[in-house]
Design a protein. Structure first.
Length: 130
């Protein structure tokens, strides 16, 4: 086998997974861009919603640019109930995207730690929806 033929085949093997991933992303209309926990649950009586909230349910993200503790604050709501915030250390990019209207996002509950733990923990994902 010639060296040039070998290199072409080697490149094809290396490039194939990348091409497959790119094709999969084009076909998939949703991409998970963030995973984390809702912070500040204890300040918003979220424990009252333990028996009501379910995994896979939709959450709403609302910007709070006038928040006195964090000008990039993103509040997290379950139905009409504020349950907490996106962690301050993670909200820089998402707050800019929400402020400028770049992208469509969907947040949903990915996991709940409820009654079996001393404190409620709500894990969630943010998906970019095309």
């Amino acid at each position: 086998m010639k060296r040039s033929e070998f290199l072409k085949q080697l490149f094809a093997l290396v490039a194939l997974p990348t091409m497959i991933k790119a094709e999969t992303i084009k076909k998939d209309s949703r991409v998970c861009i963030y995973e984390g926990e809702v912070v500040g649950l204890q300040y918003y009586n979220a424990e009252d919603l333990v028996g009501i909230m379910k995994e896979e349910e939709i959450l709403t993200m609302k910007r709070e640019p006038e928040n006195k503790f964090d000008t990039r604050a993103i509040a997290i709501y379950y139905n009409e109930h504020k349950i907490g915030y996106m962690a301050k250390r993670h909200n820089k990019i998402m707050s800019k995207m929400l402020d400028t209207g770049h992208g469509n996002f969907e947040a949903k509950i990915s996991y709940l730690y409820g009654e079996e733990y001393p404190y409620l923990t709500v894990e969630y994902e943010v998906w970019s929806v095309r």
